[in-house]
Design a protein around this ligand. Structure first.
Ligand code: SF4
Length: 524
């Protein structure tokens, strides 16, 4: 009888599926999350604690996370995927060492944002699953928080109920995190007493944590939505924040190059070793940074549904209703953001109009090319340029990121048309700091030169001196408070806007009457 060859046993791929997380386990299970700044994450923690979840943000990304991620996921992954996977891996390794695998599988679940789409963002969870396999933690549970659904309902087991109260709590904490971050970056470069901004910031973030922790329960669906949109609970607290901010003394006559940060979502938001701490580094080199709010990204995500009509010759009634709902939702979303800004004296930046970003980017990058930040990178650079919001744009591009590589390519075309747009595309690999920062420094040197000459030309044009401003400040110390808003008067630099604003509002007399009157007309 012929011998039958022994065939190798093939283990087929099976997609990761988390074990259920039951309601009974909620009290003893900690939800891990991460990916934003410590300010956003602390406020999100308040929102989760409010709903009686145990929740902990992962430690801030460190250089070692890159190595841990590289060991366990595919080598071609983009740098944010490697960093964030490595961060989870390092945390779990430490916990396994202390408590053992079984305990870690029981004690923690990981909650991460998920989406589908052409870039690796849609595959993040697969990388996490791959890393869990590598660690022998296949039983560890990770869950996706879809970005396009506010009410996903309870997941398997009911331990995690992604309902309206949770989604709005998280979104509102993200908006407040953005606004406080804007305040921070508009203040720190000008603080008269080094370290004061950080002190007040810590206090304010704790205050906001308490605010989210004690958020009243207004039901699971429309009641909670109406309350979030209409209540003065948040605006009252933000007015308190502004009062605390008033304690910080600033010197707005320091001439700083204003740098708008754009780039891939995670990399531009992150504050730490994942992007070489580039925002703090820019400040230490004499810049004022405009940080990128997560709120712009959320607005961007609404837009495909805002323009259903563009896709279909004959949209169904249901689709048209969805479009109209999303249009109204966007209006309400922006109105809420503006209410919060107002409570902070309008110091945080306004959200750019998505249609304007799209129109600006359109000749260079089509808005239907989704993935990453899509056309927004080109749109934001041109927005800052045309509206004179910054002297320079620094685009943080992750190593091995498909959408960002396309936008950097398109920017070559943009620069051909606008050669005086100062643009620094910085590729971030996580382990090539000197190269990235020195490249940024080259462009920053020119931005600083422009900021200085802009300031000098404003003084000359208005016929005022630094001494005139100092004299006014000594009699009116309120203009040296960080809660005092320096409005945009058509210049990129804060110092130039400050002097123009003081002259335009008649606070100091410009020597050149015609120019001062023209400046005053800008205020009206
Ligand atoms: S946008 Fe780029 S860096 Fe971000 S997840 Fe997608 S591929 Fe990775």
């Amino acid at each position: 009888m012929a011998q039958v060859a022994q065939l190798p046993i093939i283990e087929h791929y099976s997609a990761y599926k988390p074990r259920p997380f039951t309601r009974e386990q909620r009290a003893d299970t900690t939800i891990l999350y991460g990916g934003l700044t410590w300010k956003h994450e602390r406020m999100m923690q308040g929102a989760l604690h409010n709903l009686k979840y145990k929740a902990e943000p992962l430690p801030n990304i460190a250089r070692e996370d890159l190595d841990a991620g590289k060991e366990l996921i595919d080598t071609g992954a983009c740098c944010p995927t490697i960093f964030t996977t490595g961060s989870l891996v390092n945390f779990l390794k430490k916990e396994v060492k202390e408590h053992g695998k079984e305990e870690v599988n029981k004690k923690f679940v990981y909650l991460t944002a998920g989406a589908c789409g052409p870039c690796r963002f849609g595959q993040y969870h697969e990388s996490y699953a791959m890393a869990l396999d590598g660690l022998g933690l296949r039983d560890f549970r990770l869950f996706l928080l879809a970005q396009d659904e506010l009410d996903q309902g309870p997941g398997a087991g009911g331990g995690l109920d992604i309902n309206m109260a949770m989604s709005l709590g998280l979104i509102w904490s993200i908006l407040c995190g953005d606004l406080v971050t804007d305040l921070e970056y508009a203040t720190r470069p000008y603080e008269a007493n080094k370290g004061q901004t950080e002190l007040v910031l810590r206090d304010v973030v704790e205050q906001m944590y308490e605010l989210f922790l004690h958020r009243p329960d207004r039901g699971k669906k429309y009641g909670t939505m109406a309350w979030h949109l209409m209540s003065n609970y948040f605006t009252k607290a933000l007015r308190e924040v502004r009062k605390k901010w008033d304690a910080i003394e600033v010197d707005h006559l320091r001439v700083k190059a204003k740098v708008k940060i754009t780039g891939e979502f995670w990399l531009q938001t992150h504050e730490g070793e994942g992007n070489y701490n580039i925002k703090r580094w820019l400040e230490s080199e004499g810049a004022e940074v405009i940080p990128p709010p997560v709120a712009v990204w959320l607005d961007y995500l609404m837009h495909p549904d805002v323009r259903i009509r563009e896709h279909r010759a004959k949209p169904s009634r249901k689709k048209l209703m969805k479009e109209s709902l999303m249009r109204n939702l966007e209006k309400v979303y922006k109105a809420s953001y503006n209410r919060f800004r107002k409570a902070l004296g309008n110091i945080p930046y306004e959200l750019p109009d998505q249609l304007e970003l799209r129109a600006l980017a359109n000749p260079f990058y089509h808005y239907e090319l989704s993935g990453g930040e899509g056309h927004m990178l080109v749109g934001k650079a041109l927005y800052a340029y045309h509206h004179k919001k910054a002297h320079m744009v620094c685009e943080l591009t992750p190593y091995s990121c498909m959408p960002n590589t396309m936008s950097v390519g398109s920017m070559a075309n943009v620069l051909g048309k606008y050669p005086d747009l100062l643009y620094a595309p910085i590729e971030i690999k996580g382990d090539a700091e000197v190269h990235a920062l020195s490249r940024c420094q080259m462009i920053l040197t020119e931005a600083k030169r422009r900021a200085q000459s802009e300031f000098e030309s404003v003084l000359a044009k208005l016929g005022v001196t630094v001494e005139d401003v100092r004299r006014h400040e000594s009699k009116h110390p309120e203009v040296r408070r960080a809660s005092y808003r320096v409005p945009h008067m058509g210049y990129a630099g804060t110092a130039a806007n400050y002097v123009t604003h003081l002259v335009a509002t008649g606070k100091i007399k410009g020597g050149r009457v015609a120019e001062s009157a023209a400046a005053a007309a800008m205020v009206l």
